[in-house]
Design a binder for this molecule. Structure first.
Ligand SMILES: *[C@@H]1O[C@H](CO)[C@@H](O)[C@H](O)[C@H]1NC(C)=O
Ligand SMILES: *[C@@H]1O[C@H](CO)[C@@H](O)[C@H](O)[C@H]1NC(C)=O
Length: 709
C-alpha cells in the first residue's frame, strides 16, 4: 500500500496520511477512506495533468509561493500572514517570538522502527532591520514534536528553547538557524551565520552566511551574503536519510541552488525526531527590533521539495515593514534640512550682527579710547538710524538724534561717509582734541566711532535745532525777535573767537552758516561742525586741495586759492549776520526770478542808497533797535569785504558788537566793487554760479574751481 495525497491547488499543502501503520481497529475504515481518496485523486489527475507529479510520486509535500488565504498554518506569538501574503514571523516589536507550523504533522518514518527518511525543504526569506546593520535574532526552520513553544524564550533562544531545557535530548527538535547575532554562550561563529541545531541553540555545525559558486564542479569560490541586507534569499535544508547527512544551503533568491552546501553535518535525525513531527519556523527578536519574513516555502518527503514559484512571491513591504524607519526617512531629511537652515540662519545672523556692528579700530586709536563710542551703542541709541530720528542732512552726512543706552544722554550722531583712510589718523586726533574744547557757544563733540568708509561723530543734542529753521521758516515756527537774533549773533561771534584765538591752536571752522548754528535750551547760538572740514582738507598739493564750504559763504580768495584761513571764516560770519538780520539766504533771486543776487551785494546797494535799514527782515515788523541793526548790517558788510585784509578779526567784531569799539567805516573803494562781477571775473566755474538760490547745501568736495582736474 502506498499513501496518497489529495491535491487541491498548488499553493494549498497536501499532506497524506500513511495508513499502513495505523492501529488495526481503524484499518477498515481507513481503507475505505483511502479508496475514496484514491478515486478522487485519479479523477483530479485526469482533469489536471499538471498535478500528476505530486500524486504520482506519492510523497508528502507542499509548496507555498506566498501565503495569501492559507488556513494550513498554525501561528503564534508575533507570527501573522500579512495582507500581501507574507508570513511575518516577527513584527518589529522587541523581545518577542513567533512561530508558524504547518497545521498537519508530518511522518518522517515509514514505520515507527524505521529510520527517518530523506526530506527536503526550501524557503525564501528576508530580514528587514530598523537600524542599518543591526538586527536580532533570526529565523530557524524547525522540525519539532509539538507546536507549543510557550515555555521557550525569545532573543538568542529564537523561540526554541529556554535556559533550562536548551540542549536537552528530550526537546526532540531539529532546526536550521539563520542567525544574525553572535551569542558567545552558544559559540556562534559570528553575527551572520547559518547553523544546524539539534535540541538546542548550540549548533552542531555552522558557517558564515554565503554560498559557493558552481564554477569548478561545486568547489567554487565562496561569496559572502549579508543576512540583514533586506534582500530576499532562499535557503534549502536537506536530509539524506541513508547517509544521515544534513545540509543547509543559502543563495540570493532566483539563483539555482548551489551544488556545494554551505553547512553539512552528519547527524542521525532518527535519534532526534519523534513521530509525527511538525515542520515550520521559529523566530524571535531581542533588544533590537527586526522583521523576519518567509515569502515562500516548500517541503517534500523523500528528498524532493517542489520548486517555489519565485515570480509569485509577495513583495516585501520596505516602508511599512519599518515603521520607525519610515518616520526617520521622512523626518530625518526634514530634520537635517531644518538643522542646516537653522545653522545657516544662525551664521547669517551672527555674520550680519558682526557686519552690522563692525568697526574699524587701529592701534593708534588706543590713546583716544575714552573718546571712542562703540557702533553698537550708537546703533541702539538711534534705533538703528531710523528715519524718524533723522535730524537733518548736511554736506557731510546725515544727523540722527539718539539716546545713549547706558547713560541715557541725548546725543546727535553725525554719519560722515569717508572712503579715504588717508589723513584719518590726523583727523581723528583733531576730532579728539576738538572734543576737549568746551565752550558755551560751541556744540560739544563727545566722541567718535569709525567704520569702514564711515566716520560717526557724537555731539551734544541741541533740542531747539538749527538756526536756519527759524530764520527761513515759512510761517510754521514763530520767528526769532531782534533781541534773540542779536544774542545768537553775539554767541556765535564768541564761539568763533574762541576757535580762532582762545583755544590752544587756531581752529578754522570753514563752514559757518545759519544751518550750522544750533540753539540750545536757552536759545544760545552754538557753532557746530567745526573742524569737520579738515577731514576733506588734508591734501598738501594746492591743485588737488579739496575746498569745503557753502555757496554764498565763500570768500573770493578761498575760491581762488582754496586756502581757508581765519579771515575766510570772518567772511562767512559776515554773510551769516546779514542772513540773520535780513532773514534772507546768502544767494537770493532777484525780482524777475531768473537772476541770482548775492545778499551782500543787495545790502551793499542799500548802503550806497542810504536805505540800509530797509534790508532788515520784514518779519520783525519794525520791532528792532535801529542802532543795533545798523551796526550789525555794517559789520556784516565789513566782514564780507572781498578784500581779506579789510576784514576785522573776530576780537574786533566782538568789540564792535559789545559797543566797546566803533564799527570802522567801509572803504569807499568798495562801492566800485560788485561782488558778483568780481567773482565772475575770476573765471568761476559756471556750475557754482548757476546754483539755485535756495541752495545753501554744503558741498564737501569742490576741487579745481577753474576747470580741469
Ligand atoms: C507585534 O505583535 C505583538 C504580539 O501580537 C503585539 O503586541 C505588538 O503590538 C505587535 N507590534 C507591532 C509593531 O505591530
Ligand atoms: C527751545 O527748547 C526749549 C526746551 O526744549 C523749549 O521749551 C522752547 O520752547 C524752545 N524754543 C523754541 C523757540 O522753539
Amino acid at each position: 500500500m502506498h499513501s496518497t495525497s489529495i491535491p487541491h491547488a498548488q499553493s494549498i499543502p497536501i499532506i497524506s496520511t500513511s495508513l499502513q501503520f495505523c492501529r488495526v481497529s481503524h484499518a477498515r475504515v481507513m481503507a475505505h477512506l483511502e479508496i475514496i481518496s484514491f478515486l478522487v485523486t485519479v479523477l483530479l489527475h485526469s482533469l489536471n495533468p499538471a498535478l500528476a507529479v505530486s500524486a504520482a510520486t506519492g510523497q508528502d509535500q507542499f509548496v507555498f509561493s506566498g501565503f495569501s488565504g492559507t488556513t494550513n498554518l498554525t501561528l503564534d506569538g508575533t507570527a501573522t500572514v500579512t495582507a500581501d501574503g507574507l508570513l511575518e514571523l516577527t513584527n518589529g516589536s522587541v523581545q518577542l517570538k513567533g512561530h508558524a507550523f504547518h497545521r498537519s504533522p508530518v511522518r518522517f518514518r515509514e514505520s515507527l522502527s524505521s529510520p527517518v527518511r530523506s526530506f527536503s525543504a526550501s524557503f525564501a526569506f528576508a530580514i528587514l532591520t530598523t537600524y542599518p546593520g543591526l538586527s536580532c535574532h533570526g529565523i530557524a526552520f524547525t522540525i519539532a514534536p509539538s507546536t507549543d513553544f510557550s515555555s521557550a524564550l525569545a532573543a538568542q533562544y529564537m523561540g526554541l528553547a529556554n535556559i533550562d531545557d536548551n540542549g536537552n535530548a528530550t526537546n526532540h527538535f531539529f532546526a536550521a538557524e539563520i542567525d544574525t547575532m553572535q551569542n558567545v554562550e552558544f559559540q556562534d561563529v559570528n553575527n551572520n551565520h547559518v547553523g544546524v541545531d539539534i535540541n538546542g541553540l548550540r549548533s552542531v555545525a555552522a558557517h558564515t552566511a554565503g554560498y559557493y559558486d558552481d564554477d569548478t564542479n561545486g568547489s567554487g569560490s565562496f561569496h559572502d551574503m549579508n543576512l540583514i541586507s533586506g534582500e530576499v534569499m532562499q535557503a534549502w535544508v536537506e536530509y539524506d536519510g541513508e547517509a544521515t547527512r544534513i545540509s543547509v544551503t543559502i543563495a540570493p533568491v532566483g539563483m539555482t541552488k548551489p551544488v556545494r552546501p554551505l553547512v553539512t553535518a552528519v547527524y542521525n535525525l532518527s535519534n532526534v525526531l519523534l513521530e509525527p513531527s511538525y515542520v515550520g519556523f521559529s523566530s524571535a527578536t531581542g533588544p533590537i527590533n527586526s522583521h523576519h519574513y518567509i515569502l515562500g516555502w516548500s517541503f517534500g518527503m523523500g528528498g524532493f521539495a517542489p520548486a517555489i514559484d519565485i515570480a509569485r512571491l509577495p513583495k516585501l513591504p520596505r516602508l511599512t515593514a519599518k515603521p520607525r524607519s519610515k518616520v526617520l526617512e521622512i523626518s530625518l531629511p526634514i530634520a537635517t534640512a531644518t538643522f542646516i537652515v537653522a545653522l545657516g540662519t544662525l551664521v547669517v545672523v551672527l555674520l550680519r550682527r558682526r557686519m552690522r556692528y563692525a568697526e574699524l579700530r587701529e592701534d593708534w586709536e588706543v590713546d583716544f579710547g575714552p573718546h571712542r563710542f562703540s557702533f553698537k551703542d550708537l546703533f541702539h541709541a538711534t534705533d538703528g538710524f531710523k528715519d524718524k530720528n533723522l535730524l537733518g542732512k548736511g554736506g557731510f552726512g546725515r544727523v540722527y538724534r539718539g539716546v545713549l543706552p547706558k547713560s541715557k544722554v541725548e546725543v546727535a550722531v553725525k554719519r560722515v561717509s569717508h572712503e579715504s583712510r588717508q589723513g584719518m589718523k590726523e583727523f581723528v586726533a583733531e576730532v579728539v582734541s576738538i572734543g576737549r574744547i568746551r565752550h558755551r557757544n560751541l556744540v560739544q563733540l563727545l566722541g567718535y566711532c569709525r567704520r569702514k568708509g564711515e566716520l560717526l561723530l557724537v555731539y551734544d543734542y541741541m533740542p531747539n535745532g538749527s538756526l536756519d529753521k527759524y530764520i527761513h521758516c515759512k510761517g510754521e515756527r514763530p520767528t526769532l525777535d531782534w533781541a534773540q537774533r542779536l544774542h545768537i549773533i553775539k554767541g556765535v561771534a564768541t564761539g568763533l573767537l574762541y576757535l580762532h584765538e582762545r583755544w590752544d591752536k587756531i581752529v578754522i571752522h570753514r563752514d559757518i552758516k545759519a544751518s550750522n548754528v544750533l540753539l540750545d535750551k536757552e536759545l544760545n547760538g552754538r557753532l557746530g561742525d567745526f573742524g569737520l572740514a579738515r577731514l576733506y582738507d588734508h591734501g598738501t598739493d594746492p591743485q588737488t586741495t579739496h575746498m569745503v564750504g557753502t555757496m554764498g559763504y565763500l570768500a573770493p580768495e578761498l575760491l581762488r586759492t582754496g586756502k581757508a584761513s581765519t579771515l575766510t571764516d570772518v567772511f562767512a560770519f559776515g554773510i551769516f549776520i546779514l542772513e540773520v538780520t535780513c532773514g534772507q539766504r546768502p544767494i537770493k533771486e532777484d525780482d524777475q526770478g531768473d537772476d541770482q543776487l548775492f545778499l551782500v551785494d543787495w545790502v551793499l546797494d542799500h548802503w550806497h542808497n542810504g536805505t540800509l535799514l530797509e534790508t532788515v527782515d520784514t518779519r520783525l515788523q519794525g520791532n528792532y533797535n535801529t542802532d543795533e541793526a545798523y551796526l550789525v548790517l555794517k559789520l556784516g558788510l565789513l566782514c564780507s569785504h572781498p578784500s581779506a585784509c579789510a576784514r576785522p578779526s573776530m576780537q574786533k567784531v566782538l568789540d564792535c558788537l559789545d559797543g566797546d569799539a566803533p564799527v570802522p567805516e567801509l572803504a569807499s573803494t568798495q562801492s566800485s566793487l560788485n561782488m558778483l562781477a568780481l567773482l565772475q571775473n575770476k573765471g568761476l566755474n559756471p556750475y557754482i554760479v548757476s546754483c539755485p538760490p535756495s541752495s545753501t547745501m554744503s558741498f564737501g568736495t569742490i576741487s579745481d574751481m577753474s576747470g580741469g582736474r
